[in-house]
Design a protein around this ligand. Structure first.
Ligand code: 5GP
Length: 120
């Protein structure tokens, strides 16, 4: 089921510096910042600055180059803040744990042996 997406989304407001966040990386189209409720020693959200796509499948279909850029920023964050190994999670839909309907990747690193797959 598709929920209506309110614009600007919370992540668009972070990208516009209307809501403070601990930003760790940025390109023209992508921004990365620490999750406000971390589930792992490194837990960073990587997201397009625009909320045009609600989830990863929509992004892959609509702008695969932008999805590749999200993945590349995630890789860079994981190597800068951790040892380069990481988990990349795209919660999709309410049943998949998605609460912000603006596509984003969770970069999780450090202590993952103890982290569950759910609730990222
Ligand atoms: P989802 O549940 O949609 O996969 O992930 C949304 C994530 O965004 C959650 O992990 C949540 O903690 C994080 N989040 C929600 N609001 C904010 C915020 O205002 N600032 C930051 N830094 N993270 C947020």
């Amino acid at each position: 089921m598709s929920e209506p997406v309110e614009r600007p989304t919370i992540f668009e407001r972070i990208a516009a510096r209307e809501i403070p966040a601990r930003i760790v990386a940025e390109t023209d189209r992508v921004i990365a910042f620490h999750d406000i409720a971390p589930k792992a020693p490194v837990h960073v959200i990587v997201t397009p600055k625009s909320g045009d796509y609600r989830d990863v499948a929509a992004l892959a279909a609509g702008d695969p180059g932008l999805l590749a850029e999200v993945v590349e920023v995630a890789r860079g964050v994981a190597s800068e803040l951790g040892d380069g190994d990481y988990r990349l999670v795209f919660n999709t839909g309410p049943g998949g744990g998605q609460t912000v309907f603006h596509v984003h990747a969770h970069v999780l690193a450090g202590g993952l042996e103890e982290a569950s797959l759910a609730g990222a």
